[in-house]
Design a protein around this ligand. Structure first.
Ligand code: LMR
Length: 333
């Protein structure tokens, strides 16, 4: 064989090998979130990873970054829009800074009594309409995942709304939550989730609101003496992806991932209540935080103080959306 022909054959073979190697490179999806692994969202993200990797037979690799290890609040949405991360699952209370403030309807105090009411909204017209609003931001909404009902905590026993007066509370970046704390006579302070433990420890804030699973897994029981079972609101997540990335996936891969997301969503929503019940029992067992339950008249007092926030925030969220949610849940103001 002539040397030139040999060189040409070797070059062709190397190109073919390189091509095969590229073809075998998995599609990497970085999935960043801010909570611990041992939470409804932490577990559901891992379950999605397992299903997605198994069902795409290694064509897709999901890298889950929990506990704000990749991005924290205030950074992650921009990173998603820039394509530095492909999937997030922020609480719906965090879409205001992006300009989609209608998500804050979920933050209205006492608007949901239970998960069944919440699902009527996430699985209904409002849930879909909110996802449609994300498209113009370059974001595609994939699913809603539950965490649970929030309870107030502080180093002072919050038995009645007046007990919160003058206290500083950490909140997520939602104007509705800001208005909720002001209705209590408290001082709201927006802060990334990753900074809450230290802020409570050092007294930068006096209290906060969380579902028990977030409270326990962030060890807030070490720095909060009282947790009042107010159940005044929800932490609900929107699992979101970069639209351009998602639309650019091979159609069969996207369909498989949609199926994995559907099953991970069922898993997330099936375990959420139980995970929170277990976390509450674990907080109780530490003996560090006293858990206060509310008698019906005390609960009525919390509602009476907080429900006026609905009317006050009507212009921010839109009256129509609030009415739609009322219709779905049967809430009577
Ligand atoms: C919070 O910031 O309190 C929550 O949104 C954290 C989370 O993701 O559950």
């Amino acid at each position: 064989m002539k040397p030139r022909l040999i060189i040409a054959l070797v070059a062709a073979a190397s190109l073919a090998l390189a091509g095969a190697a590229i073809a075998q490179q998995p599609i990497v999806i970085k999935f960043s979130h801010v909570v611990a692994l041992d939470t409804p969202k932490g577990k559901a993200a891992e379950y999605f990873k397992k299903l997605a990797e198994e069902r795409t037979k290694g064509q897709v690799k999901i890298e889950v970054y929990p506990n704000s290890t990749l991005y924290k609040d205030g950074e992650e949405m921009e990173a998603l829009q820039l394509g530095s991360v492909q999937m997030l699952a922020p609480s719906v209370a965090k879409f205001g800074p992006l300009g989609v403030r209608e998500f804050e309807v979920f933050d209205l105090p006492y608007i949901f009594e239970d998960f069944a009411q919440l699902h009527k909204v996430t699985e209904g017209a409002v849930g879909k309409m909110l996802f449609d609003k994300l498209q113009s931001k370059g974001i595609t909404g994939l699913a809603y995942w539950d965490n649970g009902f929030k309870d107030f905590s502080a180093n002072k026993a919050l038995k009645l709304p007046a007990d919160a007066k003058g206290l500083k509370f950490r909140i997520q970046s939602s104007k509705v939550l800001d208005s909720q704390i002001r209705a209590l006579g408290g001082i709201p302070q927006i802060m990334a989730f990753s900074e809450v433990y230290q802020a409570l420890q050092t007294g930068v804030v006096d209290g906060t609101e969380n579902p028990p699973s977030n409270f326990y897994t962030q060890k807030m029981n070490e720095v909060q003496k009282y947790l009042t079972l107010t159940d005044h609101g929800v932490i609900e997540y929107a699992v979101i992806t970069n639209k351009k990335f998602w639309d650019g996936l091979p159609a069969d891969v996207r369909t498989t991932l949609e199926g994995a997301m559907k099953d991970a969503t069922k898993y997330a929503n099936d375990i959420a209540k139980e995970e929170n019940d277990k976390a509450l029992a674990a907080v109780k067992a530490t003996g560090k935080t006293e858990i206060l339950t509310l008698a019906p008249d005390a609960k009525a007092a919390w509602k009476k103080t907080l429900v006026p926030v609905h009317k006050e925030q009507e212009s921010r969220i839109s009256k129509e959306i609030i009415q739609e949610v009322y219709k779905a849940t049967g809430f009577k103001p």
